[in-house]
Design a protein around this ligand. Structure first.
Ligand code: CO
Length: 506
């Protein structure tokens, strides 16, 4: 390895270590930190972030990159470098440019306004008062436009924001794929609505937290998630966090009158964790930028595949249901496997994405995608957001929020400056279905083998094809390599039709 590259890798490893230290502070904050410790914890996290920023903005980095021939037009550097080295430089340059293209005063202003914005949002939601939040959102949208214009020279500002989370995604490419998805989901939803609704009252039966803990401890024992390299804890909003290359932790939550929520959160987060644990960078690049995920959408494909494609399938539960019913005690009394499968796949329009079923989930995401692209381009004024939101809820999901608190104020994303992030939730489903079809071609009798408990089999396939390369490929390159074609919505909609026509009998 060239001397300049070795230096770059050494600095990158320090950045990685600092990132993991920050993640540990964040994990503790969400799990076990005493309430009063918040103020100093915020300072600790800020210090770690400033140390990362200091390393990223050292003039030395720019010199090392140009000595290796890496430029904006040719990020992979000069031709004497190996393919692994080029992939590394490309990934490094991408993050380096993001860090260095934004002026320090803009970064500080975004941090300040999103912090104020989140506080204002929490109050406004509680008081159901959109007008109190509107001026904050106007400022944040304006800052997002400025950020976008620094990141891209010209072009559509929303594209620059999408690219932060899904490299290569653009408003026009997503509009194309989401418009066919929207039409198909609408059709599937209409077919489901033409059938009698599913009655599964067990879903809201009480299940005490201790019982749920026993269920979820058993569950992570069945999943091929390596608990010697991770652990499960409980929080208010479940997440997965990487504290080291051999330490990827997951969290879940126990809602007493919705015990399946915890089960599927656990499987979902385990899917994220197995991805992180499976990344295997080439020699010389361990614990660098190549140990990161290809994109948020690819990350979400791993969690959604385990949660839905595997975790809500009859093949998974045929083997495991008896034990679940035993652990759940009175909560699942009198509920057979068939009813359980139907219940966990029940389709019903709801006001919020987080508990949505597999069919309506994508519609929630499309709503956000359409509205945020209109906000960023200025086609929609912030003051008109509540009515635009309600119109879309009516046309896409057939329901209307009773108030703004459960409508456009429902979650934190926009107040936190997360514009461009939402589409990755729907892309995850699409990638997962397309990967799944490729896996089924490679592994004969896949469902049968899952039924026999061989969960290591899909994991080994995912590891080799998707996890191991980490950030070496863009999501577009990865899906082409693994499935032989670009991302298409039909794999997902075919999967949904097959699944729900069986469940609902249409
Ligand atoms: Co997720």
């Amino acid at each position: 390895m060239r001397k300049e590259l070795e230096k770059l890798v050494a600095i990158d490893r320090e950045i990685g270590l600092l990132g993991h230290i920050g993640a540990l502070l964040g994990w503790d904050q969400e799990t076990y930190m005493p309430q009063a410790a918040g103020a100093e914890r915020a300072e600790q996290l800020e210090l770690v972030e400033s140390l990362v920023h200091e390393r990223f903005t050292r003039p030395e980095l720019g010199e090392l990159l140009s000595a290796l021939g890496s430029t904006h037009e040719n990020p992979g550097g000069d031709d004497r470098l190996s393919p692994d080295e080029k992939a590394y430089l490309r990934a490094f340059r991408r993050d380096y440019e993001r860090r260095t293209k934004l002026p320090a005063d803009l970064v500080a202003e975004i941090a300040k306004q999103t912090s104020l914005g989140q506080q204002a949002w929490a109050k406004a939601r509680q008081a159901n008062d959109f007008t109190a939040f509107a001026p904050h959102l106007e400022r944040i949208v304006e800052l997002m436009r400025r950020e976008a214009s620094c990141l891209s020279s010209g072009g559509n500002p929303y594209d620059a924001l999408l690219d932060l989370y899904e490299p290569g995604a653009t408003e026009s490419s997503l509009t194309k794929i989401f418009s066919s998805l929207k039409a198909e989901l609408g059709g599937i939803l209409a077919s489901i609505r033409s059938r009698p609704p599913l009655d599964a009252p067990f879903l809201s039966r009480e299940c005490p937290k201790e019982r749920q803990k026993a269920i979820n401890d058993w569950l992570i024992g069945i999943l091929p998630y390596d608990t010697e390299r991770g652990r499960l804890d409980t929080v208010a909003h479940p997440f997965t966090t990487t504290l080291g290359s051999d330490d990827v932790r997951i969290t879940t939550r126990y809602i007493e009158k919705l015990f399946v929520s915890g089960i599927f959160s656990t499987i979902h987060e385990a899917g994220h964790a197995m991805y992180e644990l499976g990344i295997a960078p080439p020699p010389g690049f361990a614990r660098t930028r190549l140990s990161e995920a290809a994109s948020m959408g690819i990350h979400e494909s791993q969690s959604r595949m385990w949660e839905n494609v595997i975790g809500r399938s009859p093949s998974f539960w045929k083997r495991n249901y008896a034990r679940l019913a035993e652990l759940a005690g009175s909560t699942l009394e009198g509920v057979g496997l068939d009813l359980f499968i139907k219940g966990i796949n029940k389709v019903e329009s709801s006001l919020i994405r987080t508990e949505a079923d597999e069919v309506t989930y994508g519609l929630h995401v499309i709503l956000r995608f359409e509205l945020e692209s209109e906000l960023i381009s200025g086609r929609l004024a912030v003051r008109d957001l509540p009515s635009a939101w309600n119109d879309k809820m009516r046309s896409l999901l057939g329901i209307e929020p009773p108030d703004d608190a459960s409508g456009c104020l429902q979650d934190v994303h926009w107040s936190a400056g997360l514009f461009g992030y939402f589409p990755s939730y729907a892309l995850g489903n699409l990638y997962a279905a397309q990967f799944w079809d490729a896996m089924r071609e490679d592994i004969p009798g896949l469902e049968k083998r899952i039924e026999e408990g061989e969960l290591g089999l899909p994991l080994a396939w995912l590891r080799e094809k998707i996890h191991a390369p980490g950030a070496a490929f863009t999501p577009g390159e990865l899906i082409e390599r693994v499935t032989g074609s670009a991302l298409e919505a039909r794999h997902f909609t075919d999967y949904l039709r097959a699944k729900y026509s069986t469940i609902y009998g249409f």
